[in-house]
Design a protein around this ligand. Structure first.
Ligand SMILES: NC(=O)c1ccc[n+]([C@@H]2O[C@H](COP(=O)([O-])OP(=O)(O)OC[C@H]3O[C@@H](n4cnc5c(N)ncnc54)[C@H](OP(=O)(O)O)[C@@H]3O)[C@@H](O)[C@H]2O)c1
Length: 289
């Protein structure tokens, strides 16, 4: 049985990965105190003791606002921490799966679904840190798999850890009948975290490299929100709740929408994400069942 070390196992993605796969793999889930990725000794000791076959590196400061406010602290976790874990994984010949982000595309000016080979020019602290971490990880661990994940959501009432997300933002607005401004100038994929978790073991056998990992979406976020609002069939008028924000991202439209063709092709079709709207429909259907 494979031994998989999950860093950040108490987080949004990690907790769901553990819940889904705990019966099929030997999963190590050290707490932040048991494995502090900013501490050399903590990392060395943990790896010497446990020698995992696969490392799924999810630990991060994932809050983009916090990264802007605390760039040094977040760099120590998001870049130096990733580098440290990659080095430890390489030393024990473990496969290394690293979660990056579609935010690395946030300075790009191209339209359409972005492929991994586009030259990226990130313009926020979190995005620059993720790109730097990608570069360092691939240098230290040439066999690593880098996954550029999209914004994820789950059932807002989940008992597992959850952050505000696309679904919870809209459902809170509907519940409180409080209008929500959503950008017309932003394009991004939005993915049900259960799909993300379902495909993760299939990434262990991918060739090393960078892969977009999540749903494609050709609609802007306002259009996507209106579609989701209609799916909720809540009896309210969409125009009263979902407001079009044309002001945000004034210098250029933010397009971080990914193409997921590469991972589909290189996994021989084993990793196939639903398009964003289809994913939202499946998610709602699943909740209704
Ligand atoms: N959520 C999304 O929509 C999204 C989208 C794109 C990419 N991502 C990326 O996907 C990965 C997982 O995201 P997530 O939403 O699951 O993150 P999360 O919920 O914020 O969880 C982050 C995890 O990292 C741990 N951590 C932070 N600092 C640590 C340290 N110094 N040592 C050890 N553990 C530490 C946290 O533990 P404590 O809480 O105990 O500190 C927590 O378990 C991250 O790399 C994130 O950047 C997420």
């Amino acid at each position: 049985m494979l031994t998989i070390l999950v860093t950040g196992a108490s987080g949004f993605v990690g907790s769901r990965f553990v819940q889904r796969w705990n019966n099929e793999y030997n999963i190590l889930t050290p707490t932040h105190a048991e494995l502090d990725i900013t501490d050399d000794e903590s990392v060395q000791n943990y790896f010497l003791q446990h020698r995992p076959n696969v490392v799924l590196h999810l630990a991060a400061i994932s809050n983009t606002w916090r990264c802007e406010q605390e760039p040094l602290l977040s760099y120590a976790v998001n870049v130096d921490g990733a580098e440290r874990i990659a080095r430890a994984a390489a030393a024990c010949y473990a496969k290394f799966i690293f979660f990056s982000s579609d935010q690395v595309y946030n300075g790009n000016l191209e339209y359409g679904l972005l492929r991994e080979d586009v030259i990226v020019t990130p313009e926020t602290e979190y995005a620059r840190q993720k790109l730097k971490a990608e570069e360092k990880v691939l240098t230290i661990h040439p066999d690593a798999v880098i996954l550029r994940a999209t914004w994820m959501y789950d059932n807002p009432n989940s008992e597992l850890p959850i952050h505000p997300n696309f679904v919870s933002n809209i459902e809170t607005a509907v519940r409180d009948k409080k209008p929500l401004s959503v950008s017309m100038r932003e394009y991004r994929g939005i993915t049900w975290v259960q799909e993300v978790v379902e495909f993760l073991p299939r990434t262990f056998s991918l060739l090393s490299g960078i892969y977009n990992y999540g749903a494609a979406n050709r609609l802007n976020t306002y259009e996507t929100a209106c579609c989701y609002f209609e799916m909720l069939d809540c009896g309210l008028r969409c125009d009263d709740i979902i407001l079009a924000d044309a002001e945000r991202f004034p210098t250029h439209e933010r397009n971080i929408s990914i193409s997921n063709e590469k991972i589909f092709n290189l996994s021989a079709g084993a990793i196939f994400f639903s398009d964003t709207l289809d994913g939202l429909r499946v998610f709602l259907q699943n909740r209704a069942d």
